[in-house]
Design a protein around this ligand. Sequence first.
Ligand code: NAX
Length: 331
Amino acid sequence: AKEPVRVLVTGAAGQIGYALVPMIARGVMLGADQPVILHMLDIPPAAEALNGVNMELVDAAFPLLKGVVATTDVVEACTGVNIAIMVGGFPRKEGMERKDVMSKNVSIYKSQASALEKHAAANCKVLVVANPANTNALILKEFAPSIPEKNITCLTRLDHNRALGQVSERLNVQVSDVKNVIIWGNHSSTQYPDVSHATVKTPSGEKPVPALVADDAWLKGEFITTVQQRGAAIIKARKQSSALSAASSACDHIRDWVLGTPEGTWVSMGVYSDGSYNVPAGLIYSFPITCRNGEWTIVKGLSIDDFSRKKLDLTAEELTEEKALAYSCLA
Ligand code: NAX
């Protein structure tokens, strides 16, 4: 039998946490033959709710779940973890300045970075979900210098999956037949959902999405804004932000990272930029990614037209500004 993998979920008493922990305990993230031990962290005001989640995990009698650590102590939460899903953060409240929200999250991610660096298992893989996801991941990287930068990522897979969903609806094809969309840049409204290289599997082979859609105005307009604004549309409809789709996409992100992407398929992940596609190095930026043997690689050499170039640059500029804002909070 396999040794259990320890998976940390921060913000585990929140709504994404509530959707995510049962998925992990059922093997959705790491496979149906992989036992897990869940580490759940939240803050003291949420301790009772966290205890309730813990009770429900007992009640669900998950065969793969070999143990639970539910705590408000960050060191206890981080000790020995192989995978860390960082969902906890400080939300933007009505009337708050961007800088104030940034400052709260910078201090959270700075201290959690140190705890992970000191106490997590060697080679721990980190996925930051909490917003501002890219910049929180960057702060985590800066304050955990001994964790290799390739082990620190942020979630743009939800945006990626949203783009697959929009193409599938538009063409009336199965979402599982659509692949190789790309989310470039920030997990924010400046992200660039790009279908230039996406394809659909048809009985007569793989066909390019732009040719099948054959509506440049939709692809360059409504498609992009729908994906960019989808989070807001969900809040409007549900009065709460995306949770089941975020949890499911976090499982997709980790599963593909650990178990690999299928041959000929890429996904989107926020990773530390090496300057590929002339994106400034030193940002956490979403790229097309393939994974193998537990390591990700940026897909190189895709053609970028003028329209795309401007969009890639715009979202990079926003991330550069966010980085400066985050650093100003440290000063
Ligand atoms: P909730 O407010 O329901 O849950 C957040 C939880 O984090 C709460 O239980 C809170 O007590 C806890 N928390 C706060 N500070 C903490 C700390 N220092 N340590 C540990 N736990 C802490 O929010 P939820 O809807 O679950 O969303 C969580 C985060 O995901 C938010 O930042 C949200 O903006 C972000 N999202 C990111 C997405 C992405 O694709 N990257 C999509 C979904 C989501 O909007």
